[in-house]
Design a protein around this ligand. Structure first.
Ligand code: C5P
Length: 399
């Protein structure tokens, strides 16, 4: 992706260097344009070295114009990001001014524009700034990244901080992604569940939640309103996604079944424990008191229950997408599971061996629907999530 990064003059300008690095690291091509104010905080050389491209600073610079003209630059960009965007820059942009290179390129570009404001919290709250932000947010080609709250460089506490690079990059990807799930509500389960034996011991499985979190991130990017019900994981919930942490299968059951009816798509990517210990001890058992035989009882099968409520040809409920982790006969067992649980779609993947799906960043899957079967991968879980949600969006559209 070709990213034009505009940097304007706030103390957060140094964070734009980190953003440039993160973009280049993931393979994006970056060209930086700095306002005069930005150059008071950080030098063009920093961005030139990090981006590997000359940095634009002046509108009337014959050297830079011979490298790439301002109109060419506006056409070159797949997406424009301004981070940090100061109150002054935002006001000039909203007034339609073109009194420096960055504002000129912004008027000339047709690429989507992502604005990441950062400023003193009083300035951010000022009615004039908010009026300008509202104007940008209403424009279909513009996306505003909400500033973070916290302690600011001026020692005041409140909203106004430039968010972490990963949040800004996510906003960039969202601005570029086809909005296949715009207006859709998507519920996703992720990770393992833990079934307590006593306060120090539990039964669980090696699921890390990576697949479910990738689905949540990509669904949000595609425009969906996403709720992520996640068992214990070390992963951070993607920005913009409502996250509901749970521990046990029964907690997951309640979190999912109470919300499913109001959803358009439900994706059960969690590795829900099928069994739980029948007796849970309130205090830790000693080695000598613990029995070598554990009596178990069945957990509710959440997907099967949703299948009974919403499965089959009735299109009034949510589209149900299940997962199956199998050691062998992946496709056959996946198909059998899709029918047994009355899911509309099922993603089957392999566990065990060197290419095990559990915990890996990449995997191969078979996406099964009533009409089709599609093998995808090896691919990253984010790429798999994109394919899975493209299929789900297409089915949902035709229901
Ligand atoms: O039967 P199995 O556990 O292999 O089925 C896998 C699918 O069923 C997954 O989509 C998983 O999230 C879901 N599941 C469930 N509730 C359970 C067990 C599995 O929803 N108790």
């Amino acid at each position: 992706m070709k990213v034009l990064l505009g940097v304007t003059g706030g103390i957060a300008a140094y964070k734009a260097a980190e953003i440039t690095r993160a973009l280049v690291k993931r393979g994006d091509e970056v060209r930086v344009v700095m306002s005069a104010g930005a150059r008071e905080f950080i030098t063009p050389l920093t961005f030139q070295v990090l981006s590997g491209n000359p940095v634009g600073t002046e509108i009337f610079d014959p050297n830079y114009e011979s490298e790439i003209g301002h109109i060419e630059l506006a056409r070159w960009a797949d997406v424009v990001l301004v981070a940090p965007a100061t109150a002054n820059f935002i006001a000039r942009l909203c007034a339609g001014m073109s009194d420096d290179l960055l504002t000129t390129v912004l008027l000339a570009t047709r690429a989507p524009v992502v604005i990441a404001p950062a400023m003193n919290t009083q300035m951010w709250g000022h009615v004039f700034v908010q009026r300008n932000i509202a104007m940008l947010a209403e424009h279909p080609g513009y996306h505003v990244v909400d500033p973070d709250s916290g302690e600011l460089a001026c020692k005041e506490v409140g909203a106004g901080r430039l968010p972490d690079p990963e949040v800004v990059l996510e906003a960039l990807d969202r601005a570029r992604a086809p909005q296949l799930l715009a207006g859709h509500r998507v519920l996703i389960s992720a990770g393992p569940t833990r079934e307590a034996i006593d306060p120090a011991r539990f039964l669980s499985n090696p699921s890390t939640g990576k697949m479910g979190f990738a689905l949540a991130r990509v669904a949000h990017r595609m425009g969906a309103r996403v709720t992520l019900v996640a068992g214990p994981t070390t992963l951070r919930a993607p920005a913009g996604v409502e996250s509901i942490p749970v521990n046990t299968a029964r907690e997951m059951h309640s979190a999912i079944t109470t919300r499913a009816e109001s959803m358009d798509i439900v994706v059960m990517a969690a590795a829900v424990a099928d069994w739980r210990p029948k007796i849970v001890n309130d205090s830790k058992q000693t080695k000598s008191s613990i029995s070598p035989t554990l009596e178990l009882e069945a957990n509710p099968d959440i997907l099967a229950e949703l299948g009974a409520r919403f499965g089959g040809s009735d299109a009034s409920g949510p589209l149900l997408v299940g997962f199956a982790a199998e050691s062998d006969y992946i496709k056959e067992r996946g198909l059998a599971k899709m029918q047994r649980k009355q899911a509309h779609m099922l993603v089957a993947n392999k566990i065990g061996g060197p290419d095990s799906a559990f915990g890996a960043d990449s995997s191969s899957v078979v996406i099964l629907t009533a009409e089709s079967s599609m093998e995808v991968g090896p691919a990253t879980k984010e790429e798999l999530a994109t394919r899975i949600l493209q299929v789900a969006a297409a089915i949902q559209k035709s229901r």
